[in-house]
Design a protein around this ligand. Structure first.
Ligand code: MLT
Ligand code: MN
Length: 309
C-alpha cells in the first residue's frame, strides 16, 4: 500500500493568505527550514495505479499539478484518482471536490451525515450524479473501496467516530455547548490492505483521546494524527484569533492533555502529525518545538511525503 501526503497543513494552509506571522513570512521567502504546506489531504493506493483521496482540499488542483503520480496517464481524459473519502464536512476537507467537477467518474465515500451536508448544498451538484457515485460509510463497518465502475481496489476503509465538532459553517449556536455536533460529524479512518492486513489510521481532526480511539491506536503500524496546534491557547496567545483548540475540536500536541503525552506509552509503528495550523511553531524545522516533537518520536508531515506499508 502506498500513501502520499498531498497537503499537511490545516484549514487556511501555510502560509495562510492573510497571515503575516514570522513563520508565514519565512515560508513566503522560500526559507528551506520553513517550507509551505497546502491544505489537508492524503492519497492512498494499493498498487500505485488507482488512488483514493482521503479528504479533498481546496488546494487539490495545485496538489495534482505538484505530484506527477496524480497526473492523467493516457487518453484525452484520464485521472489516477478513483474517488475520495471524507472525514468531516470542513471547508478544508470537502471543497476540493469542486475541483473534480466535469463529467468524470468518481466514488465519494462519507458518513450518511456528511453526505447529507453535501446533498443539502447545491454547489456540489457540479459533481454530475450521472458520473459521481456517493457511497455511505456506516460507522464501525469496514467497506471495500471500489472504483466508480465497482471494481474492488484491494483496500478497505472503516470510519469510526472521534471526539470533535461539527463544521464551523454548520454550528448551531442555539444547540448548547457542542453546537449540535453529532457522532458522524468527525471520523477517523482505518485503511487496510486486504491481502496483507497492513493498515494505518488517519485522524486529522480530533478533540481528545477517547477510550475507543485509544484502543484503535494501540498497536497501529502507522498513525496520522491531528497536529493542528502546539498548545491549546496558541491562537489567542499569538493574537491570531480568539478560539482555543478545544473550541475548534482539536487536541494540542503539547501539555498534559496533549497528543504527545497521551500517546507516549502506546505501541505505534510510526506516528505522524498532520493538519498543522499556520500558528504551530513546529512548522519551522529550527524551532525548539520541532526538536521536542521529534525527540518524542513524532514526525511532522510535509507535502510530498511518501510512505509505504
Ligand atoms: C478545522 O479543522 O478546525 C477547520 O478546518 C477550520 C476551518 O478551516 O474552518
Ligand atoms: Mn480542518
Amino acid at each position: 500500500m502506498e500513501i502520499l501526503v498531498l497537503g499537511a497543513a490545516a484549514g487556511g494552509g501555510f502560509p495562510q493568505w492573510n497571515s503575516n506571522s514570522s513563520n508565514c513570512r519565512r515560508a513566503r521567502a522560500g526559507d528551506p527550514l520553513v517550507p509551505a504546506r497546502s491544505q489537508s489531504s492524503i492519497a492512498v493506493s494499493r498498487d500505485g495505479t488507482d488512488w483514493f483521496l482521503l479528504n479533498a482540499s481546496p488546494d487539490l488542483r495545485q496538489q495534482i499539478f505538484d505530484n506527477p503520480r496524480m497526473h492523467p496517464r493516457e487518453g484525452l481524459r484520464d485521472s489516477p484518482i478513483a474517488g475520495a473519502v471524507l472525514t468531516n464536512g470542513d471547508v478544508d476537507h470537502v471543497t476540493g471536490l469542486l475541483t473534480l467537477r466535469e463529467r468524470y467518474p468518481l466514488a465519494v465515500y462519507a458518513t450518511p451525515r456528511i453526505l447529507s451536508v453535501l446533498e443539502a448544498n447545491p454547489i456540489f451538484g457540479v459533481l454530475n450524479p450521472d458520473f459521481v457515485d456517493r457511497r455511505e460509510l456506516p460507522l464501525g463497518q469496514a467497506v471495500e473501496l471500489c472504483n466508480p465502475a465497482g471494481a474492488p481496489s484491494g483496500l478497505e476503509v472503516e470510519a469510526f467516530a472521534v471526539p470533535g465538532k461539527v463544521a464551523l459553517y454548520l454550528e448551531d449556536t442555539s444547540a448548547g455547548e457542542n453546537f449540535g455536533t453529532v457522532e458522524e460529524d468527525t471520523v477517523g479512518l482505518r485503511v487496510t490492505e486486504r491481502e496483507s492486513g497492513a493498515y494505518f489510521l488517519y485522524v486529522p481532526g480530533c478533540a481528545s483521546l477517547s477510550a475507543d480511539l485509544a484502543g484503535r491506536i494501540e498497536g497501529a503500524p502507522l498513525l496520522f494524527f491531528d497536529g493542528t496546534l502546539w498548545r491549546d491557547d496558541e491562537m489567542v496567545q499569538t493574537g491570531a484569533g480568539s478560539k482555543t483548540g478545544q473550541r475548534m475540536g482539536h487536541i494540542s500536541m503539547s501539555g498534559p492533555d496533549g497528543a504527545m503525552a497521551q500517546l507516549e506509552d502506546f505501541d505505534i509503528g510510526r506516528r505522524v502529525f498532520i493538519h498543522i495550523n499556520n500558528t504551530n511553531p513546529v512548522l519551522a524545522a529550527d524551532s525548539p518545538e520541532r526538536t521536542a516533537v521529534e525527540a518524542e518520536g513524532w514526525e511532522v508531515a510535509w507535502d510530498g511525503m511518501e510512505l509505504r506499508l
